[in-house]
Design a protein around this ligand. Structure first.
Ligand SMILES: C[S@@+](CC[C@H](N)C(=O)[O-])C[C@H]1O[C@@H](n2cnc3c(N)ncnc32)[C@H](O)[C@@H]1O
Length: 406
């Protein structure tokens, strides 16, 4: 893809022209985690945006972010930015882009949009105008047009409009990156894989102690934890990425990046990773979902949380995504249920770090423990809090000063 001219500072001058701007998208609240991942992978000029991170890198970095990032939803490569007054102006300017240099009329494409503008109130219409411009450009230049395939396109084109500022990008990821390639079954209210990985990253856990999710549903948290502890890249089980359809796809480079990653994968994590759930059908799903990972330390069991026995008295990380009262049938009486969770934390998990995510603020208050961290995240459309309860040894009152409320 095109490189961007960058001479503003020394760091940028060091780049050769293989560097260009990339934009990794993520969910609200995960931007800083994503920025850290990108810096660690070698990104420069890292800028945290709203639900996205902009940075500079070459093709190697773009491949690496797609493979390794646990919090990126997609990696976009901008090809054109311009100001558009209205949909007709957008059409005219998009017609001038040399789309035929990027793909051919034998390829299929789809358009995804994110639009926040008073000038483009009907976002579908703006996307339609872009589609018309691409199709008409091909007809004019090549006499034929590429087809639109919304399900499985070879090229995903992203149109982002903020006020009148239009950015057209190619999506190098293709299918969104939460599709890790391991999930075969999902429970009634599964966590998104990116959100689950982000929660674990917020806790700082990297495998150095036992991990327990005692309400694990289809196993998203324990599976993401196993991948973190074993250094398995987030995209390891995916077969396809969008960039593999691009003219400049460098298969040798991709294979080298995968070989380097393979060398760092551990055979087993050092500590147990435990997922349990009250429903046996959920544990069946966990086992199917974890099948590819082949991790002996990843154990699933059908168990009521209130009968949970810690495997040893070592400090563990406990992470829960209990029912919120929003999406599941047959909810227990929620506030009492959360109170009972808090009681169980105090009784059985002293010495552990407990993390809990929920959108139900009233129920959270009943836990009866003071959270020392509260992070706002979104589980789909639901605003949630991810809370950290350090469960010190000894009296909660003495050590935490406060028992009730948050
Ligand atoms: C929001 S879902 C968890 C979804 C899970 N994080 C995933 O990604 O699939 C809450 C889970 O808590 C389980 N659950 C409810 N009460 C429980 C209890 N007393 N003991 C253990 N699990 C329980 C439900 O069966 C459900 O799977």
């Amino acid at each position: 893809m095109e490189s961007t001219e960058r001479n503003e500072n020394n760091e940028q001058e060091l780049h050769d022209d293989s560097f260009y701007q990339q934009i990794a998208k993520t969910y609200h609240g995960l931007e800083e985690l994503l920025a850290d991942e990108i810096r660690e992978l070698g990104g420069t000029d890292v800028l945290v945006l709203n639900r996205a991170v902009s940075y500079s890198g070459d093709d190697e970095l773009m491949y690496k972010v797609n493979l390794h990032s646990r919090t990126a939803l997609a990696v976009l490569v901008p090809i054109e930015t311009f100001k558009a007054e209205d949909p007709d102006d957008l059409y005219e300017k998009a017609m001038k882009v040399e789309w035929e240099n990027y793909f051919s009329c034998n390829d299929s494409f789809a358009i995804h949009h994110s639009i926040n503008s008073d000038f483009f109130t009907h976002s579908q219409f703006a996307a339609l105008k872009l589609k018309d411009a691409i199709v008409d450009r091909f007809r004019k230049v090549e006499g034929r047009r590429p087809s639109v395939d919304k399900e499985n396109p070879q090229f995903r084109i992203n149109i982002h409009i903020f006020k009148q500022e239009v950015t057209l990008s190619f999506d190098s990821s293709g299918e969104p990156l939460f599709k890790r390639g391991y999930r075969q079954r999902q429970s009634q209210a599964p966590l998104n894989e990116i959100l689950a990985a982000g929660m674990i990253m917020f806790s700082g856990w990297k495998g150095e102690k036992t991990f327990i999710d005692p309400m694990c549903g289809s196993g998203t948290l324990p599976i993401e934890a196993a991948m973190i502890a074993m250094n398995i890249p987030a995209g390891w089980y995916r077969r396809r990425f969008g960039f593999m359809n691009w003219n400049n796809y460098d298969e040798r480079l991709w294979n080298r990046i995968k070989d380097e990653a393979r060398e760092k994968i551990l055979k087993q994590p050092p500590h147990l990773i435990i997922g349990s759930d009250i429903l046996s059908e959920n544990i069946d799903k966990c086992e199917r979902n974890a099948h590819l990972i082949r991790c002996n330390q990843l154990k699933f069991a059908v168990r009521d949380f209130f009968d949970f026995q810690r495997p040893d008295n070592e400090a563990a990380l406990v992470m829960l995504n209990p029912p919120y009262g929003e999406r599941l049938d047959n909810e227990p009486e929620l506030e009492n249920f959360y109170k009972a969770i808090g009681d169980e934390f105090k009784k059985k998990f002293t010495g552990c770090d407990a993390w809990l995510i929920s959108s139900n603020m009233e129920a959270i208050k009943k836990i009866g423990l003071k959270a020392d961290q509260k992070i706002t995240l979104y589980n789909g459309p639901l605003e949630c809090k991810l809370l950290h309860f350090p469960l010190f040894e000894g009296s909660q009152k003495e050590k935490q000063g406060k028992v009730n409320g948050n």
